[in-house]
Design a protein around this ligand. Structure first.
Ligand code: G3I
Length: 461
């Protein structure tokens, strides 16, 4: 057995999810209006955690245990978030790689860190067809049933008092139009009752834990998968099967955009008498368009009193499971992106971002990028700089191009370059009034690489 330490009960994190703001705009209306309505007063919480807490909610992130030695990662995690989900370390293959052998060491590092910072921990995930060790796949019906219930029991007991919410079952439904259960080893061997059994076991192990069913592509209300999950939850609730919450993973991209009726989906599930949580949020994109979508998802959660919190699926783009899509709130240098500010402002906060690289400055301006022209060999980029709530005397930001790209021309600013020639720092010619905007532009010779340049944070004085 693992020698990993079992921490005694750290005491369950007190939660008082109060409904404090009624926001009725749909995501579609919000996007159409352009970001962003500010919820609540301008008392200006300057972190995601504080702003979310002021709305009676948590704001969490997925954490990779191997990154906890990186100071900027930890500084950003500790400053901005008050809930943590292990990105991989609590999955079955990590915790019980061979039958009866439990290794809690990596997950314990995450839980110890989070609890030491006073953060809540979401447990992800007890039963899932993926990241499942081979020995489980080869069990017969009775052995599989025992193994499933034993895994739930051992893991929940280990983290009792520290993990307040569990994804008991993850991704049990198929994609597409069938609305059918996924053809997993659990479904094949145990039949339809396995999900119910997992929830009943979980409740019996830790009666205080919030028990969630978690899935993806359940965002659009009319999709077959959403309907199938809804029917299962409605059935569980009506028959007293212990389920407390439904997790919406919310991995969005251009092929799977944030639906207009997202708020309706969350509300319909909540109306069944369960909490809803956004559990793995990431949205492919950049700049203002990504920011609008993030603001819309945040708004949708605020509009549903039983939407108790949001977790983004990672701290920084550079460690995202799909980093090429830059889907998170902080860029690879830990600079807060426009999406961050959209979320913070939608939660009623302002300022924030902590500055890149571990929080050494506070931005009171923001920058967003758009491509304005493209030719066969080059494109023009434009950056909009916007002052925050106060007037600023000057601003600066960076634009990093991706070799072999080269910037061949700039306008409306004072550029300088680092020694590689890839990082351009652009400084203002003057100041901006509170809330005022200006733009600068540049031409990038693509040299075969059409990747969008990376924007740093905005620094103002
Ligand atoms: O740690 C090993 C490393 O030693 C090895 O060299 C390397 C080479 O393949 O693999 C590393 O493990 C990878 C692990 O992430 C840690 O980086 C696995 O291959 C890789 O499969 C695993 O991907 C994870 C994925 O789940 C697996 O399905 C992602 O990090 C994780 O973000 C993702 O999370 C899931 C949620 O649990 C459920 N919802 C969907 C979401 C995104 O797929």
């Amino acid at each position: 057995m693992s020698t990993a330490l079992f921490r005694g009960s750290g005491g369950r994190r007190a939660r008082s999810w109060a409904w404090t703001s009624l926001v009725t705009a749909t995501v579609g209306a919000l996007a159409a209006a352009g970001l962003v309505a500010t919820a609540g007063t301008a008392s200006a919480q300057s972190t995601l955690a504080d702003a979310a807490e002021s709305q009676g909610r948590y704001f969490g992130t997925a954490v990779a245990s191997g990154r906890l030695g990186e100071s900027d990662y930890v500084a950003t995690l500790d400053r901005e978030f008050n809930s943590v989900t292990a990105e991989n370390s609590m999955k079955w293959e990590s915790l019980q790689p061979s039958q009866g052998y439990f290794d809690f060491s990596a997950a314990d590092r995450i839980v110890d860190h989070a609890r030491g910072q006073g953060m809540a921990v979401r447990g992800h995930t007890l039963v899932w067809h993926s990241q499942l060790p081979g020995w489980v796949e080869s069990l017969g019906t009775n052995d599989l049933r025992s193994a499933m219930n034993n895994h739930i029991t051992e893991v929940m007991q280990h983290y009792q008092g520290d993990v307040d919410t569990w994804d008991v079952v993850n991704e049990a439904f198929q994609d597409g139009g069938s609305g059918a259960r996924r053809d997993s080893v659990f479904q094949r061997r145990l039949g339809d009752g396995w999900i119910e059994e997992a929830f009943r076991t979980a409740r019996s192990v830790d009666p205080n834990a919030t028990l969630c069913y978690n899935d993806y592509n359940t965002d659009a209300w009319n999709s077959a998968k959403t309907q199938a999950v809804y029917d299962m939850v409605a059935d569980f609730v009506s028959r007293g099967v212990p389920i407390d919450c439904v997790g919406f993973q919310a991995h969005f991209n251009s092929g799977n955009p944030v639906p207009n009726n997202y708020h309706e989906t969350l509300q319909n599930f909540a109306d069944l008498g369960v909490d809803v949580q956004i559990t793995e949020l990431d949205i492919a994109g950049s700049g203002e368009s990504q920011a609008e979508q993030y603001g819309g998802v945040t708004q949708a959660c605020l509009a549903v009193s039983r939407c108790t919190g949001i977790t983004v699926w990672g701290v920084t783009d550079k460690y995202s499971w799909r980093s090429e899509d830059t889907p998170l709130l902080f860029d690879g240098d830990y600079n807060a992106k426009p999406a961050y500010h959209a979320v913070l402002e939608t939660l009623g906060g302002s300022g924030g971002g902590g500055g890149g690289g571990g929080g050494d400055d506070t931005a009171d301006c923001t920058v967003t990028y758009s491509e304005t022209d493209r030719w066969g060999d080059r494109f023009n980029g434009q950056v909009t700089v916007r002052a925050g709530d106060s007037a600023i005397d000057s601003w600066s930001t960076t634009v990093t191009v991706h070799p072999p790209q080269k910037i061949s021309a700039t306008w409306n600013g004072d550029p300088s370059w680092d020694s590689s020639g890839d990082v351009m720092t652009m400084r203002s010619h003057g100041g901006l009034a509170a809330g005022g905007t200006t733009t600068f532009g540049f031409t990038v010779m693509a040299n075969g690489n059409w990747t969008t340049p990376t924007l740093g944070s905005c620094t103002a004085s």
